[in-house]
Design a protein around this ligand. Structure first.
Ligand SMILES: [Mg+2]
Length: 395
């Protein structure tokens, strides 16, 4: 079988939800007074869009092969991501056999080391990597999960992230993760409101349903320790997520030593590459790592991160990222369940996570998704032709 080569790489931006899931309209739970590292400034406390959380927008990477097959991906990155793809990364792809993903990843990573390593550059490399896996799987007429070793179970099981775990329970999810609303700057009154909200939700969902808190990097060690201890002892919290800024590995290690037995410390959605996760694992910062496949280096890097976690006896439960996570999680023994972001503005119904940018995007039914829902070639999704693409740096 002669493999096609990569003919052309294109990068586009899109606005309005989708892969940049923070780019929503008003009155969405995802932008309703959520605690952040910017919450110490009252002017930026009510809305994350007010400090620019949605400035990037979605990045679409399209890769066309010599036989006409087109692979694509969506992630965050917008205009900056387009610049990196078209001005820098495309040279390492165009002319290469579609099979040579490992070499292409290595060249993209090493050629950007002088301005990359984390953040927008690895986010963009992740988008290119996902499009490469989509392309290769489509050329081979197989789903991506078949290239990763195939499913290890018949279905995925999901917990739901959103403002309404009580509704998520009725919809069949195994747990509900809520955003924390008040940071340390709101002092004792804010801490009490955080615990009261958790207590109210515990009363609604009963004792056995998992409840988690996502703190989006907003706390300090002392506050996180107090919140976690009270939340576990009084309301049976399952895990505390991303309590501290991602560079504070020492703080995470101490938090994990401080919290009550049985409460899990989780983090990693803003961490990147095998080396970033090596720090989290070797410094014993957490119980579950939560890489985002669209930000951490793509599928190619997530395979390495996941193997490292497996050897350390840790679970990998990727952050959001829809089909890009589903195809990975279904193939891993140390990823026993998956996250589903509730993107309905009131978190009161299941809608596709990257709506409206993708067509054929599968969603959980009764909190579950059959492996057979992932059997189409590639990642099994199409770009919605009704969503307007903009290509800022055409070549
Ligand atoms: Mg999170």
């Amino acid at each position: 079988m002669s493999m096609p080569t990569i003919r052309h790489v294109r990068a586009f931006t899109v606005r309005g939800g989708g892969a940049d899931y923070h780019d929503q309209g008003a009155d969405h739970w995802i932008d309703d007074h959520i605690a952040t590292p910017m919450s110490k400034y009252p002017a930026y406390r009510q809305s994350r869009q007010s400090f620019g959380l949605n400035v990037l927008g979605t990045l679409v990477v399209e890769i066309e092969a010599s036989d006409g097959t087109v692979g694509f991906s969506v992630t965050t990155g917008g205009d900056l991501g387009c610049w990196i793809v078209e001005k820098h990364l495309a040279r390492f792809l165009e002319g290469s056999p579609v099979t040579d993903i490992e070499r292409m990843w290595d060249q993209m990573y090493n050629a950007t080391l002088f301005y990359g390593r984390k953040g927008i550059v690895i986010n963009t490399i992740s988008g290119v990597d996902l499009a490469l896996w989509d392309l290769l799987a489509k050329v081979r007429k197989e789903p991506v999960h078949a290239l990763l070793g195939g499913p290890v179970r018949d279905e995925l099981t999901f917990y739901a992230t959103g403002a309404r775990p009580d509704l998520a329970k009725q919809m069949g999810f195994i747990g509900g993760k809520m955003p924390l609303h008040h940071g340390p700057a709101e002092r004792e009154e804010g801490l009490k409101k955080n615990l009261d909200m958790l207590g109210d939700m515990r009363a609604k969902v009963g004792d056995d349903f998992w409840l988690m808190l996502d703190c989006w990097m907003s706390l300090d060690l002392e506050y996180a320790t107090r919140l976690a201890t009270a939340a576990r002892n009084e309301h049976g919290l399952k895990w505390i997520e991303e309590a501290l800024p991602p560079d504070d590995y020492w703080g995470y290690a101490e938090l994990r030593r401080n919290v009550p037995r049985g409460l899990m410390v989780t983090t990693g959605e803003h961490e990147a590459t095998r080396w970033g996760f090596r720090l989290l694992l070797e410094m014993q910062c957490c119980d579950i790592i939560q890489p985002d496949v669209g930000w951490c280096g793509g599928i190619t890097e997530l395979l390495k991160i996941s193997s490292l976690a497996d050897a350390h006896g840790k679970l990998v439960v990727p952050h959001g990222s829809s089909v890009y996570s589903y195809h990975f999680v279904i193939t891993r023994h140390n990823s026993p369940f998956a996250e589903f972001l509730m993107m309905a503005p009131q978190a009161d119904q299941v809608v596709p996570m990257f709506h409206p940018q993708l067509l054929d995007e599968p969603v959980p039914v009764n909190g579950r998704m059959k492996a057979s829902a992932l059997d189409k070639p590639g990642f099994g999704v199409r770009l919605n032709p009704d969503v307007a693409l903009h290509r800022p740096y055409p070549r």
